[in-house]
Design a protein around this ligand. Structure first.
Ligand code: ADP
Ligand code: MG
Length: 709
């Protein structure tokens, strides 16, 4: 195998369809394909044959253990390893060890899952959770140091069939979306359409910091972000990092990172420096949504591991450093039919154009109808620090279409058929459908949900988030929009309307009902906030404001109707999310208090003693004056710190007696702002204390030491 040629080793650590075809008896392989096409249920015989083939491959690759790899609600992945070994007792009780892996072991596992969050859905005495193989996602081998483990992508559910993970909802939503899209496409005239899949390309942003620095920052280790730190004199103001030359040390990491991803069959394509110093991005080629979501969680895991090997810490947090850009995870989303045509590609024929316009209008309407739930789907403690900042789309959902498409839809909305008002639009005369040319020049980086030529980009997702839930909710929203559009179009056709004009009529209605969500201006501006209020768009500023949407009956109805979630699942997810958020903010608050007591105050004291010494020995009145004022400044700031610290500690005590609902609000509107106040004093004092006394690595060390190599 040529180690330098990606095409030769791509997917070497995965057991996908090609290897199945090689390793399986023909009838088992054929049955498996039918299962994947959702035409048949998996037979025991096939499962056994698949397990056998997988075992042989995995053992040859050096795997000693296997695990059902799944994504519990808390967002990370989970795995419980079992060895392949089986023991046979032979004569004289000598143990004979063989490798064994059966169809049943492949299909289902029962981890002792009582400690996974279930939001009250499982009482502990009935704490059974099951994992089941998801054959749509390729099996892979994870390497960690010298150990290799066969990982079986799985879903995770409770005894009564409720999902306890993220993936199940995504899989359900893919199916629902597919069915709804097929029905709609058939009405549009695509009578032979057999399948539709959601496609997803997940751009991952991350920071790299030197281990030597990260090790000394308790806040980074315990909360994933710096809770203190004065800005570096040089931050991102030079705007020279974005797309700049990749530093040698980082390049070595990126090479290794890409190689590991290729071995796992993850089609990493783009890599570059991002806007903030020490910030980078990786983007893959898009895949079917379920696989892309699995691949993104794997990507995060691999990034962390590879960074470790390079003496770096990979920060996936949404806002590791205050004052410079945070990290997002742009979810590029579209749908393809079974011919591989992208349904959001304007296309070449008048029919494809009409189909494009209809789907576009449905997407806009769906996002408009369910913008509060989409907002809730991305709500996390980390993302709150990023949304609404100057680098990330705000917590108000809006859709950007670009001026060409906005113009076309507006013309249709007014009841005028789009005509050749611009060069790009060629009036075809046939069915009054404009020729739409992909408009790639028109970009808006501030929009949370932007059309980018042939796909939508859901930009508001945070960098550490498992994308399964935001994408499941997006899929469900579109599926429900498609269902509604199908009914409306059907009615028009039943009443004898000509198909093309019925479609244009539908586009007109959908656009007029939802145009309030379309916004092409600067989403970061204060005016947009006012404008959004006027338009009655939901403004859910923090996670505390957004999460209750999950259990709001008016908002969540579409999730129940499409069966992507059950009522119990939503309730439990709400509890898990609230608990998570509250715990995180409480941890952050305790950590900042400890850091201030253990590091900051002693540092200031040392500086004070030193400065006092100089003052005592000073001879000139000029030096006396400036040292007196310097000491006064230090003392005043230290007093501010002490006062603010005491206040925060009192608040922490008060929190102990509050219930979940109260805590949720208090975390967002008391603890976070008060921590910020404390931080502002600390960051001020940092600039008054010399390096000799300041015990924590500073922003300039963490952001610049390794990226100028
Ligand atoms: P752009 O320059 O418009 O952002 P890129 O081709 O660089 O486009 O794509 C950005 C991301 O969008 C990549 O991860 C890519 O795989 C993904 N992407 C492209 N087309 C689609 C599609 N049809 N569906 C889902 N994701 C897509
Ligand atoms: Mg980007």
């Amino acid at each position: 195998m040529d180690q330098n040629k990606v095409s030769e080793y791509f997917g070497d650590m995965t057991f996908g369809l090609a290897k199945m075809r090689e390793g399986l008896p023909k009838d088992s392989y054929n049955q498996l394909i039918k299962v994947l096409e959702r035409k048949e249920k998996l037979e025991q015989k096939t499962a056994d044959a698949v397990a056998q083939a997988i075992k042989e491959w995995a053992v040859k690759k050096g795997a000693t253990h296997y695990c059902h790899w799944f994504q519990p609600m808390r967002g990370l992945t989970a795995e419980k390893h079992d060895a392949f070994i089986d023991i046979q007792h032979s004569f004289f009780s000598e143990l004979r060890v063989t490798e064994r892996f059966s169809g049943n072991q492949l299909l289902q596992g029962e981890p002792d899952a009582s400690s996974f969050p279930s939001g009250g859905m499982r009482s502990t005495f009935e704490a059974r959770g099951y994992t089941a193989w998801d054959p749509t996602s390729p099996i892979f081998i994870m390497t960690s140091g010298r150990s290799r483990t066969l990982c079986i992508p799985s879903v995770f559910f409770g005894y009564s069939g409720h999902a306890l993970d993220n993936k199940t909802h995504l899989l359900r939503s893919n199916e629902v979306l597919s069915e709804a899209a097929i029905k709609f496409l058939k009405l549009l005239g695509d009578v032979d359409v057999r399948g539709v899949t959601a496609t997803l390309g997940v751009e991952q942003e991350y920071f790299l910091v030197d281990h030597a620095h990260a090790k000394k920052r308790m806040d980074l280790k315990l909360t994933g972000r710096t809770l203190l730190g004065a800005p570096s004199a040089r931050g991102q103001q030079m705007e020279d990092h974005y797309f700049g030359a990749i530093p040698t040390r980082v390049m070595a990491f990126m090479d290794d990172f890409a190689r590991e991803l290729y071995l796992l069959g993850i089609p990493a394509r783009t890599r570059h420096n991002e806007v903030a110093p020490a910030q980078f991005e990786m983007a893959p080629i898009f895949e079917e949504a379920g696989i892309a979501a699995d691949h993104n969680t794997l990507t995060m895991e691999v990034a962390r591991q590879v960074a470790n090997r390079h003496g770096l810490m990979c920060l996936l947090h949404e806002k590791p450093f205050a004052g410079i850009n945070g990290s997002g995870k742009h979810c590029n989303w579209s749908m393809s039919n079974d011919k591989g045509e992208n349904l959001l590609d304007p296309g070449k024929t008048p029919h494809q154009n009409l189909r494009f316009l209809a789907i576009l209008a449905v997407v806009v309407k769906s996002v408009y109808d369910h913008s509060d739930m989409l907002r809730a789907s991305i709500a996390t403690a980390g993302n709150d620090l990023r949304l609404g900042g100057n680098e990330a789309p705000p917590a108000i959902m809006s859709v950007f279409l670009g001026s060409l498409l906005s113009d076309i839809l507006e013309t249709i909305g007014r009841g005028e058929v789009a005509t050749a008002s611009r060069d790009e639009i060629i009036h075809l005369g046939v069915s009054h459908i404009p020729q739409i040319i992909r408009d790639s020049a028109d970009r808006n980086r501030t929009s949370p949900f932007a059309f980018t030529g042939n796909k939508f980009e859901f930009r508001a997702v945070g960098s550490s988030k498992n994308v399964a839930i935001p994408v499941a909710i997006l899929n469900a929203a579109i599926a429900s929009g498609l269902d509604e559009a199908t009914q409306r179009l059907d009615k028009k056709l039943q009443s004898g309307e000509h198909r093309d004009s019925a479609i244009i009529e539908l586009v007109k209605e959908l656009f007029n009902e939802s145009k309030n969500i379309i916004f092409s201006g600067n989403n970061y501006s204060a005016e947009w906030h006012d404008e959004a209020k006027k338009r009655n768009l939901p403004i859910l500023k923090t996670t505390a404001d957004a999460l209750p949407t999950l259990i709001n009956e008016k908002s969540n109805n579409f999730l129940l109707k499409t069966k992507v979630f059950s009522k119990e699942e939503l309730a439990s997810r709400y509890h898990v999310k609230v608990e998570n958020y509250v715990k995180l903010v409480l941890i952050e608050t305790r950590v900042i208090c400890q850091l201030v007591r253990d590091f900051v105050i002693p540092s200031v004291e040392k500086q004070l003693i030193q400065s006092q010494k100089v003052l005592n020995g000073a001879h000139t009145s000029a030096l006396k004056t400036s040292y007196t004022s310097h000491i006064e400044h230090l003392e005043n700031t230290l007093a501010d710190i002490m006062r603010s610290l005491n206040d925060l500690e009192q608040e922490l005590m008060r929190m102990e007696s509050l219930d979940e609902k109260m805590l949720l609000k208090e975390c967002a509107y008391t603890l976070r702002p008060k921590s910020d106040t404390l931080r502002s004093y600390v960051d001020r004092v940092e600039q008054l204390v010399g390096d000799k006394f300041w015990q924590l690595p500073k922003y300039r060390d963490m952001l610049f030491s390794h990226v100028f190599s």
